[in-house]
Write a protein that binds this ligand. Sequence first.
Ligand code: NDP
Length: 329
Amino acid sequence: YEEDLPDVITVVQAREAGGVEVFESAEVPAPRPAEGQLLVKTAAAGVNFIETYQRSGVYAVEYPFVPGKEGTGTVLAVGDGVESFSIGQRVATTEAATGTYASHFLVDAAKAVAVPDEITDEQAAALPLQGVTAHYLINSTYKVAPGETVLTHAGAGGVGQILTQLLKARGARVITTTSSEEKAEIAQAAGADHVLGYDGFAEKVREITNGDGVSVVYDGVGKDTFQGSLESLAVRGMLVLFGGASGQVPPFDLQELNARGGLFVTRPAVQWYLRNAEERNWRFTELFAHLSSGDLKLNIGGTYPLAEAGRAQDDLENRRTTGKLILVP
Ligand code: NDP
């Protein structure tokens, strides 16, 4: 099969830290799978907020930098010792070993999952990172019980729509925020019980909960919402800060957690919740089951040619998107 492998692949890379103008398409030598790895021909790659932090320099990376850890496609070659996958099989991952903003990528077989036949390439590219995130947030960071009331922000976003659907499947009551009427309708269609604007949301959360506040807030907006999220919590509630779409939260006085009722704050990330094969299989098996049963629908908000990855990131950073963005080579 070696003859069928490409000599070069196409990638989109950031030359240096900066705005989306630092992206360029490039042809680079095709990688070959090392022991335990798969070479995958990309069918679709997921776009995620973290890649904007890496491009802009909020997170340290080495340039030129090919973003993307999420993708789906067909196995073109397998490295020595791979027994779990074969050539031609469809796989997806949120933990690629090389950037997925590319025509091909490498992934450790241990970090790839087989894509069931009934799942489309688009779904398989859209699910991993945002799906696993929603799954760990409500099962492992703070386990939401049926009947509980929860606040999540950016309810029309990629993670937001999945979170709401999984919370509704659990039987929770969902309060969420969005920045426009159009986005509010999308959040509602995902199942949110109450959709608020960002202005004074904490007060409205108190009203909805008869003064109690919510037991957990899932906050991926960060800088602009952090304070209001604290103010929305019930005694001993938990603020789960999982992102900073509006910017990073500045240093914070821990005494405020005492003053507001013995609160908890945590700052999780997906790699701390995919620690081994058992965790990975559990999360993906449940997510695929939610897709098959229909209680989870993935809303693809935009499909962009790979070469226009910069436009996708620009739309994401400037709040012009809803749902999931994917790149297609
Ligand atoms: P989204 O599709 O949710 O896009 C971000 C949304 O945030 C926007 O659409 C916007 O919705 C809202 N937002 C609020 N304020 C701002 C602002 N000032 N600038 C830009 N957007 C703003 O993105 P994702 O679903 O990909 O990610 C959501 C969050 O989750 C991100 O912070 C991301 O980093 C985080 N994340 C964290 C993970 C983890 O494991 N820790 C894993 C995956 C994602 P609106 O206009 O309605 O306010």
